[in-house]
Design a protein around this ligand. Structure first.
Ligand SMILES: O=C(O)CCC(=O)C(=O)O
Length: 273
């Protein structure tokens, strides 16, 4: 889809998602993947730092910080949220070669502790996301329901933090598989029902889930989580605005990320058994 088309806003309003959006060149996509896989190699014997890398690639690798500010992403996110944009999280969802890992049906905003729904995810394919490799599936129009009840499964096979899943029936027949070539993106609403299946291919399926929010949002418990201010201004001071990474895998950036991860744990696991 042409990202400049007025249809973007219309399709988003109607379906709760828009895809595919052409965002990155092959070279830009390759450079991001190379940087991420180089960082993985460097951290392979340090599980704590590796975990932070998956959650905070944008705070630890300069090219991922630049991705949040990519003019094409800013343009599509602004279509929905306006000119002032923060990124609340830029975590990676990685499904290894022939991995059985899945993501169960859920609505993103269920457990993030935010006070409003002024949020949109731009999910950028760093490698191909096909039905075979476990691309996301969306239920068009489901964003119009408010948050429905979820149950925690804590299943080992689920990439979500609590293995949370929607407790009401989701009709798989209604779902649309959103296939993306590497470098393309989808955007989806924080109330949209979505899920993804296993990776049955010989390549890793790597996606960066960029959570754009309006600076007027806040955490309901008053905690200031770490965000990036990527366009316009912050007139509210509800979040801790992160500096750009001080280098590639900089030690003080790890400290910043670990502090934020500790704060977020209290939010993401609130009420869990
Ligand atoms: O990467 C996936 O398969 C799921 C990602 C997801 O649920 C999300 O970005 O909201």
């Amino acid at each position: 889809m042409d990202r400049q088309s007025p249809d973007v806003a219309e399709a988003y309003e109607r379906d709760g998602f828009v895809a595919p959006l052409d965002i990155l060149t092959d070279n830009e996509t390759r450079a991001l993947r190379d940087d991420f896989e180089e960082a993985e190699r460097i951290l392979k014997d340090d599980p704590d730092k590796l975990k932070l890398l998956y959650s905070y690639p944008d705070r630890l690798i300069p090219s991922f910080d630049a991705l949040l500010r990519h003019p094409k992403l800013i343009e599509v996110a602004s279509t929905v949220l306006g000119p002032d944009l923060m990124v609340w999280s830029g975590a990676l969802f990685v499904k290894e070669v022939r991995s059985t890992k899945i993501v169960s049906w859920h609505q993103d905003l269920t457990y993030w502790g935010l006070d409003d729904a002024e949020e949109v995810t731009c999910w950028v394919a760093i490698s191909e996301a096909s039905e075979q490799s476990g691309c996301m599936k969306f239920v068009p129009g489901s964003h119009k329901s408010r948050i429905v009840p979820h149950v925690d499964t804590f299943s080992e096979n689920n990439l979500l933090s609590r293995g949370q899943e929607i407790a009401v029936d989701v009709n798989e027949q209604d779902a649309v598989a959103v296939e993306l070539r590497a470098g393309q993106a989808s955007m989806h609403h924080g109330h949209l029902f979505h899920a993804s299946g296993p990776n049955n291919t010989d390549d890793r399926r790597i996606g960066a889930a960029l959570r754009f929010i309006k600076p007027s949002m806040k955490q309901k418990n008053g905690v200031k989580t770490l965000v990036a201010l990527v366009a316009g201004r912050d007139d509210f001071g509800h979040f801790l605005v992160a500096p750009s990474p001080r280098g590639f895998l900089n030690e003080s950036d790890f400290v910043l990320c670990q502090r934020d991860a500790d704060r977020r744990k209290q939010i993401l696991f609130a009420g869990a058994q």
